[in-house]
Design a protein around this ligand. Structure first.
Ligand code: GLP
Length: 241
């Protein structure tokens, strides 16, 4: 794991966007695994800016997102489909037919997960997978305690994740209790992984995940076994390492 220490959130975002843009420039038809949450917002802003300047071309890029809330429609501002359109896809020249997320509107979990697994197999392993880190060490929506060998599956969100994500909803009750997520096995199949972390609130989990034992109780700890991980974190997030 290569660790890049950034000064602050903006520095982390710029460094992450640089790595993503290098991937796109080196392989214009690359498969990018993308993430949601508040952490990648700055990196997405930089990518949009560089696209607007004419430095980046997304026309051949394929994207696969990590996860989606079960039950949210695409026009729901809290859905990850909406998030991706709002923050990246709607602002660059990406072909929407080449962007994929699990279908949160599919009520049957088996169908939704099987369909997404088929898509992931068809597009192939991501050249670069972007990841954020949950406060309890989750990646995508793979919560603590799950097997490391999963593909796309339906997950019941932990109380901690519901509370952490409630800030995006009007009330905590509105946070969906389930989500479809790419599994750890699929995440680990990516050629390169770019993990971004910011803020003191994540300092304990960064230490536990990357400097502690590899255990399903801290899902991100499995990344210690991946040969090509770039951890870009700001000083606050690395303050306990
Ligand atoms: C959600 C997403 C994760 C993300 C995590 C952290 O649970 N499913 O992919 O990494 O939140 O979010 P944030 O970046 O807002 O701290």
């Amino acid at each position: 794991m290569r660790i890049y220490k950034a000064k602050n959130y903006d520095d982390m975002s710029r460094k992450a966007a640089n790595i993503i843009s290098a991937q796109i420039i080196m392989k214009p038809d690359c498969v990018l695994g993308l993430a949601t949450g508040s952490t990648p917002l700055g990196a997405y802003r930089h990518l949009v800016e560089w696209y607007e300047k004419g430095d980046l071309d997304f026309s051949e890029v394929i994207t696969v997102n990590l996860d989606e809330y079960k039950g949210l429609t695409r026009d729901n501002p809290q859905s990850y489909y909406y998030f991706m359109n709002e923050n990246l896809f709607g602002k660059v020249n990406i072909d929407k037919n080449r962007t994929y997320l699990p279908d949160g509107t599919e009520p049957d979990s088996n169908t939704a997960c099987q369909k997404y697994n088929e898509i992931l197999k068809a597009v192939g392993a991501p050249d670069l997978q972007l990841l954020g880190l949950g406060h309890n060490g989750h990646i995508g929506f793979n919560e603590p305690g799950e097997s490391f060998s999963t593909e796309t599956h339906c997950i019941t969100l932990s109380e901690q994740t519901i509370k952490a994500n409630a800030r995006f909803f009007a009330t905590e009750e509105e946070v969906p209790r389930q989500a479809y997520t790419m599994g750890i096995k699929t995440i680990m199949s990516a050629n390169k992984i770019l993990l971004i972390v910011s803020g003191e609130a994540k300092a304990d989990i960064v230490k536990e995940a990357f400097f502690g034992p590899i255990t399903p109780h801290v899902p991100a700890s499995i990344l210690q076994l991946h040969p090509n991980v770039f951890l870009v974190a700001d000083e606050a997030a690395l303050s306990k390492c």
